[in-house]
Design a protein around this ligand. Structure first.
Ligand SMILES: *Cc1c(COP(=O)(O)O)cnc(C)c1O
Length: 414
């Protein structure tokens, strides 16, 4: 690698690929099902191979100017419409495909800020969220320079609607609830938040990044849900839903859907003062690969309604098996009452970080949270639940030996 400058001569393809394989040897082995949050493994080789072919086919097309590539407009709209139908949007076309949950949430905050300024006459709008809301909202508030008021949650992990209302004032542009939130797998009381939003004339975004492509099928399977959470709830004005999570597309795809087209239009950027000509965009990126658009479209067509229902049944089975198994181990406690997809567990007796370290040594990749270890469930996991629970029971008996590793999520520098 030397000093990091470009190599003098380019590598030959074989040498390059060998180098890559060498580099990735230390990466998490997600195919064995031992990772939990980073790869949403459907456990279907045919699905994976089809997506790989699709990715190659659209790798070089540029989504910067979709009018040059009408297939991209069509695929974008068809994914948005499919999501809009699942979420019971009054008009399922009122949305956009984005690069991921972070961008969908960014756009929800940006469109709400500009809606408040342009329509509500609020010069300095603020945002009210539970503390459990995804950090992408804090990032959006930071980039967009608006105040985010954060409200604590009780032991259930669910926000109390009264505390959201107490944090609001006449400058509040947007309130947010999650379905479910990432730390605890808990759905916030969306119907009560919808009432509050309507009473105050604010927008309400539901972060369905995690649940958007899962909950509609969870409900259809007859699973218990604490409340309705989608556009059937009056007062919900936008919803984000990541196609690259439980939509089983590869990375780079999420949707943001709006109840009202006029709020969606706040997202659109048009610029006519450039010597280079008229410039317009509907999301944040400029030049970008069309692969994620084609991948999102392909995943939804490959699975269809029945495919998603079957995948969700596997997630449900593994979800319940993990929770029951963990609660059966003496000294381990699941946090709150998780509704769907993911949960945290800790211990009232042992050093949970040390237990996490023993699990690491056995090749499991569990995320550390402030209050314990975090598990997020994919279809693949139906196969590894017993092995996981055996290792966990073992880790609990041998926990004393190692020290814990602090909670780290994502990457900040080196
Ligand atoms: C993953 C996630 C996000 C952020 O999505 P990215 O695709 O990682 O940018 C937002 N909210 C929730 C609840 C999530 O699980």
């Amino acid at each position: 690698m030397g000093d990091g400058a470009l190599p003098d001569q380019g590598l030959k393809k074989d040498e390059l690929l060998a180098r890559l394989d060498e580099m990735r040897a230390g990466d998490a082995d997600w195919r064995s099902g031992r990772t939990f949050s980073l790869v949403y493994n459907l456990d279907d080789d045919e699905h994976e191979e089809a997506l790989e072919e699709v990715a190659i086919r659209f790798l070089h097309e540029n989504a910067l100017n979709p009018f040059k590539f009408p297939s991209l407009v069509q695929m974008d709209q068809e994914v948005v419409s499919a999501a809009g139908h699942l979420l019971h949007a009054p008009d399922p076309r009122h949305g956009k495909l984005t690069s991921g949950g972070t961008e969908s949430l960014f756009l929800a905050v940006q469109s709400a800020r500009d809606w408040a300024r342009n329509v509500g006459g609020i010069a300095e709008p603020n945002l009210v969220t539970p503390i459990t809301a995804h950090p992408a909202l804090a990032k959006a508030a930071h980039y967009l320079d608006i105040e985010q008021r954060k409200v604590g949650v009780g032991p259930s992990g669910r926000v109390d609607p009264d505390s959201i209302e107490a944090a609001m004032d006449s400058d509040t542009a947007l309130i947010v609830g999650s379905a479910p939130n990432y730390p605890f797998g808990v759905i916030d009381p969306i119907p009560e938040l919808g009432e509050i939003a309507q009473r105050h004339g604010t927008l309400l975004h539901v972060d369905g990044c995690l649940g958007g492509w899962l909950l509609p099928f969870w409900e259809e399977l007859g699973e218990r849900l604490p409340c309705q959470w989608d556009f059937r709830v009056p007062g919900v004005t936008s919803i984000s839903a990541d196609v690259h999570k439980y939509g089983y597309a590869y990375k780079g795809a999420s949707v943001i859907i709006y109840r009202d087209k006029a709020v969606l239009e706040q997202q659109y950027f048009l610029y006519d003062e450039w010597p280079g000509g008229l410039y317009g965009s509907a999301t944040t990126a400029g030049t970008r690969s069309a692969s994620p658009i084609a991948g999102a479209w392909a995943a939804t067509r490959l699975l269809g309604h029945d495919g998603y229902l079957a995948a969700t049944a596997k997630v449900r089975d593994a979800f319940h098996a993990f929770i029951e198994g963990i609660e059966a181990i003496e000294g381990l406690v699941v946090t709150g009452t998780p509704d769907v997809a993911c949960f945290e567990f800790g211990s009232d007796r042992y050093d949970i970080a040390a237990i996490g370290d023993v699990m690491d040594d056995r090749g499991w990749h569990l995320d550390r949270q402030q209050g314990g270890l975090h598990l997020i469930v994919f279809p693949f996991h139906t196969k590894i639940v017993p092995e996981f629970l055996d290792d966990l029971a073992h880790a609990v008996t041998t926990h004393g030996e190692s020290r814990g590793t602090a909670a780290v999520y994502g990457a900040v520098g080196d």
